[in-house]
Design a protein around this ligand. Structure first.
Ligand code: AMP
Length: 189
């Protein structure tokens, strides 16, 4: 039986969102993307949105306390008790510890962390393409470079955090969406 409480880890542009959506449909569990939730908060001009806007536009991380609150609210909703695909959360050690704590309280610990990898040059190209088609305000070259750097400094070290817990599986993120999806399936058995 496939794991259903999952975290997808990986640099910007590696395809986490696409794969998270696919998996969520396949496993009938929600995709939980803090990036999507924060973009929605910015669009609604909510308190969270006002706090998050600047950091997001510059490719910096939104403050841990805010993101942790947003994630907690989502993870405690009923539809997340059968499982979830976390996409873009946690991104720092503090967030990872907070996640462990909240899942511990809920009695639903994480079952697997899938780290999707790809060469940085390929990712920057992909993000620049996405900028043209999707018009995300944080998809310009300076912000993309900054998001990559922030990823290396703050988020990439989480791979060892999950490896120490025996939860980490590395998956090659190059190739077609289907090829990557097949590799992820393999990593979930
Ligand atoms: P994403 O859609 O996951 O690439 O997220 C877009 C932006 O939202 C990021 O560049 C951050 O500014 C912010 N963000 C999303 N998730 C987090 C998180 N877990 N921690 C801090 N900032 C986040």
């Amino acid at each position: 039986m496939s794991a259903r409480r999952l975290l997808l880890l990986g640099p910007p542009g590696v395809g986490k969102g696409t794969q998270a959506l696919r998996l969520a449909r396949e496993l009938s569990v929600p995709q939980i993307s803090t990036g999507d939730m924060l973009r929605d908060a910015v669009a609604r001009k909510s308190e969270v949105g006002k706090c998050a806007k600047n950091a997001m536009e510059q490719g910096e991380l939104v403050a841990d306390a805010i993101v942790i609150r947003v994630a907690r609210e989502r993870l405690t909703q009923d539809d997340a008790c059968a499982g979830f695909i976390l996409d873009g959360f946690p991104r720092t050690h503090e967030q990872a510890r907070a996640l462990d704590e909240m899942l511990g309280e809920l009695g639903t610990p994480l079952e697997r962390c899938v780290a999707i990898t790809a060469e940085e040059g390929v990712l920057v190209e992909r993000l620049l393409e996405r900028a043209k088609t999707e018009g995300r305000s944080d998809d310009n070259e300076a912000t993309i470079r900054n998001r990559m750097q922030v990823y290396h400094e703050e988020t990439a070290p989480l791979a060892s955090y999950y490896s120490e817990q025996g939860l980490l599986r590395d998956v090659d993120g190059t190739g077609s969406i289907e090829e990557v999806a097949d590799r992820i399936q393999g990593a979930l058995q």
